[in-house]
Design a protein around this ligand. Structure first.
Ligand SMILES: Cc1ncc(COP(=O)(O)O)c(C=O)c1O
Length: 413
């Protein structure tokens, strides 16, 4: 099998699977008790907040876990809206996954806020930063943007957008879900107030996490049961019992990532490089180096793919296409094949053991603006566990499909 569906969800290494199962086998308990499995659970909660903080460059007390990114963003955007006055403004973008757009429209409805939508460029689908900056004004309270497009792979200039938000005292609110498996996210270097991620996109279990700057988290209203403790590692925005087994898997996923520091970024075996690591500055340094190895490997896969794509007649790539500019993007590509609906192409790839998504990827605006129909496109997403040989096999399969040499498609057509 070749997994090109990473932007929808990554495969988990053995260490993550073992951590999830191991927690349920040996430590399964609620937190705060006087017995061993509950104490282990307390330790796990602290370890998970510490690991997530290392991943995004925040403090452990600034991490809130939730069911997934979307649920957390609805919760947090409502909290922000409760601090806004009618007529205050939120800036969102056409590039974003709907999980960083709809929550703001919903919150705006409740509080009579105004949502302004920053455009992408019609040609290459990149965010128009100048146009976004022109939408920011005295009433702007939040600038919500993605750190990378999950549909097209382009990477906006987060530092610039955060600085523009801060010039008017607005919050810089970033969706880090798509970028997290590809690049180091350094919350402070980028100047973000909130960054949201989903561990299942970076080799962990299904879960969401948010890093919320402590000054902000403290002043936002949080819905909590009266009996809840506000002591760390629990966060004000974590209500009720968390998914402990997924937290165990998340710690293992972050240690897996850190373990790639010495082993390089290549290969198809997602288990390679998995080794437990210490937390804190050592893990942060290893994550720096691991992400550098990931970047080098993924850029070579992206370059290989982009160099060959123009040779496939009938295949159209949307978005940034320059093989020399792979540093400006993640290795996520939106394609169409003339005469074949995206679902057919994805099914034809699937029959060859190549897994890729079709549709709009919950990012309908960029697809519409780039002229794709209601069926969307096909998304090819590479991760560090993909190998060059898999990219070559994929290119061959796409060429066959485009040339009408796929037996089942030919019969159907
Ligand atoms: C860029 C991006 N943001 C947000 C989300 C939503 O994340 P979750 O599934 O954790 O709610 C996704 C999921 O595909 C995504 O790709």
């Amino acid at each position: 099998m070749a997994y090109f569906d990473g932007p929808g969800g990554s495969q988990a290494p053995r260490a993550v699977i073992d951590a999830v199962a191991g927690y349920l086998e040996r430590s399964n308990a609620n937190a705060g008790g006087a017995f061993a499995s509950s104490r282990e659970t307390d330790e796990l909660l602290a370890a998970a907040h510490g690991a997530a903080a290392d991943l995004v460059g925040a403090k452990p007390g600034e991490i809130a876990f939730g069911a997934n990114m979307t649920t957390l963003n609805f919760l947090l955007s409502h909290a922000v809206a409760r601090t806004c006055a009618p007529g205050d403004e939120i800036v969102v973008t056409q590039l974003d996954h709907d999980a960083n757009v709809s929550p703001w429209f919903r919150a705006a409805e409740d509080r009579d806020l105004v949502v302004r939508v920053a455009p992408i460029r019609a040609g290459d689908g990149t965010l128009d930063h100048d146009a976004l900056e022109a939408l920011i004004g005295e009433r702007t309270r939040v600038v919500a943007f993605t750190l990378a497009s999950n549909a097209l792979g382009n990477v906006p200039d987060a530092r610039r957008l955060a600085a523009a938000a801060h010039r008017v005292g607005a919050l810089a609110w970033a969706d880090g879900v798509h970028l997290a498996p590809h690049r180091r996210i350094d919350r402070d270097a980028l100047g973000l107030d909130v960054v949201l991620c989903s561990p299942y996109k970076f080799f962990g279990p299904h879960l969401g996490l948010a890093a919320i700057r402590s000054e902000l988290a403290e002043r936002l209203p949080a819905d909590r049961v009266r009996a809840a403790s506000s002591e760390p590692p629990g966060h004000r925005f974590e209500a009720g019992t968390l998914n402990h087994e997924a937290l165990a898997g998340t710690v293992a996923a972050i240690d897996y990532l850190a373990g790639l520091a010495s082993g390089g970024g290549g290969g198809t075996d997602a288990d390679e490089g998995a080794e437990p690591d210490t937390h804190g500055s050592r893990r942060r340094a290893r994550l720096d180096s691991a992400y550098e190895a990931i970047r080098v490997h993924e850029e070579s896969l992206a370059g290989r793919f982009l160099e060959q794509i123009p040779a496939i007649s009938g295949l159209r790539l949307h978005g940034l296409a320059d093989p020399g500019a792979v540093a400006e993007r993640t290795p996520t590509f939106l394609i169409e094949i003339e005469g074949h609906p995206p679902r057919e192409v994805a099914a034809a790839l699937g029959r060859r053991g190549m897994f890729a998504w079709d549709g709009d990827f919950y990012a309908p605006a960029p697809l519409r603006l780039l002229g794709l129909g209601p069926e969307g496109g096909v998304r090819i997403g590479f991760l560090h566990y993909n190998a060059a040989a898999e990219v070559d096999a994929l290119l061959e399969a796409l060429a066959e499909i485009a040339a009408g040499r796929d037996a089942e498609l030919a019969v159907a057509g």
